[in-house]
Design a protein around this ligand. Sequence first.
Ligand SMILES: [Fe+2]
Length: 185
Amino acid sequence: MAAPIILTRADAARTIAETLLGDSGNRFRHTAGVAERASGLALRLGLDEDLLVAAAWLHDIGYASPLIETGFHPIDGARHLTREGWPAQIAGLVAYHSGARFVADVRGLSTELAEFPDERNLISDVLTYADQTVGPRGDRVEPETRYTEMLHRHGPCSFNAQADPLRRPYLRAIATRVEYLLHQN
Ligand SMILES: [Fe+2]
């Protein structure tokens, strides 16, 4: 008898990302790059690779047009995952990735964001660090370069620009913490 095929969470998440973002060009290349980066960081830091890579594959699915409700992709992605029965932990990682709470605040979406658990731990730091070290085309970048490019792309009046005073130091602190640990390992 053939051995049963066991799908990991990361496998299932990859399939969802391919289905929802596979035709999106750079968005999918970025997502695949973040998943690869998350895998490397998880192995290096002794973290739950399956959890981290699953969250990485799913972190930007809220950009997919069938999922758009609020227009803020971390919330829209997390809502979809909750409807589909994904664990609250993974929905929370997606909802709060890369300082989403600061952007949700200026967008007036803090109540909607609070539907999800705020996983403020090393796993969430590493997911954010992976996202902030992979550029829009899936290339490896420095976090400062990525952040500056993002602000330029969104423009000076954007929600991202409005969130900058609190979000930038938050992301810098995460990069400092993760890079410190990487130097120890
Ligand atoms: Fe991303």
